[in-house]
Write a protein that binds this ligand. Structure first.
Ligand code: ZN
Length: 316
């Protein structure tokens, strides 16, 4: 219910000016209008000077006011080319405008964004302040719409701010912005709604979720496994080289002893810890390397190093 009422406001913010006519206000907000007016989120604007003919619904007609000489009252009329002249109800001419500033104040307050709201590009781009999201302090901007050459104006402003989080009205606008910007763009229709008291409620958990999905939360989840995999593979290779060197030495030692007619003793297999030290691999990493699903060769060599017969047969 709450978000159903915020959505028309978000959509209307994409138009300039962001006006609701009387009929729209009635159907979108009903009795909640009084609350939205008291919060100054919706403000009375200049009345409309034209009206769509109520009878045919097909013609937008200029409203003409005529003074009744007897009563002294002014009445509004429209003259539809199909339906003729009709007196209109002045209530139908009332209009309301969304206050972008009041709207943004609500967003900033609920989302925990600190700093002064600054209109960077009139009617288009606002700097909202900074928010502590995903473990970092981040600059937050708001983009109201993205039409015509808006995208180039916005990207000119934000191109030096790749880490700035961009909030916008609806997902449709967010999709356009994502094509033009490198920033993380989040539409408020996905993360904001009206509270029970019709103040704006921003779900910062969802925002932090988006930040984490993008790997911007400092954990860098997208990149880390790749890096970890590369260093694990390098460690396994180093341990294998060290084991092969040991097996060869043990083989040569055993062959020399046999040639001397000496039963001799097998070169003892080094402990994993010793092996790691020689290979330059840290102890905790040695354990992980041996347990690694890709380390078949390492475990195979480890078995050979403990078996005198296999050592003697070892060819590389
Ligand atoms: Zn008509």
């Amino acid at each position: 219910m709450g978000s159903d009422l915020l959505l028309p406001i978000l959509k209307r913010l994409e138009s300039e000016p962001s006006l609701f006519c009387a009929e729209e206000v009635r159907s979108c907000f009903g009795p909640v209008l009084t609350t939205l007016e008291s919060r100054e989120l919706l403000r009375r604007a200049k009345p409309a000077t034209s009206l769509v003919c109520v009878d045919c619904g097909g013609h937008a007609c200029q409203v003409v006011f005529v003074k009744n000489e007897k009563t002294g009252q002014r009445h509004g009329y429209i003259s539809c080319p199909e339906c003729g002249v009709t007196q209109i109800d002045k209530e139908h001419l009332k209009r309301w405008q969304v206050s972008t500033l009041r709207f943004l104040e609500g967003v900033v307050q609920s989302a925990g964004i600190r700093g002064a709201i600054d209109e960077v590009t009139p009617g288009l781009l606002w700097r909202l302040g900074k928010a502590q999201w995903g473990g970092h302090s981040r600059e937050v901007y708001f983009v109201r719409r993205c039409r015509g050459n808006d995208a180039s104006k916005i990207s000119a402003e934000l191109s030096h701010r790749p880490k700035t989080i961009v909030l916008t009205t609806t997902e449709a606008t967010a999709r356009k912005l994502r094509k033009a910007l490198n920033n993380l763009v989040i539409s408020l229709d996905c993360v904001a709604s009206f509270n029970g008291d019709h103040s704006i409620l921003v779900d910062t958990n969802r925002i932090e979720g988006r930040i984490a999905e993008k790997g911007l939360d400092g954990q860098s989840r997208a990149k880390r496994p790749v890096k970890r995999r590369a260093s694990r593979t390098a460690d396994i290779d180093a341990l294998e080289r060290e084991l092969i060197a040991h097996i060869k030495a043990a083989r040569d030692h055993a062959v020399a002893a046999r040639d001397r007619g000496d039963d001799g003793t097998l070169l003892p297999r080094p402990s994993r810890e010793q092996l790691g030290r020689c290979a330059g691999v840290k102890p905790h990493s040695v354990t992980r390397c041996f347990a690694d699903s890709q380390a078949h060769q390492l475990r195979f060599l480890w078995g050979i190093a403990a078996d005198p017969e296999q050592i003697l047969c070892y060819r590389s």
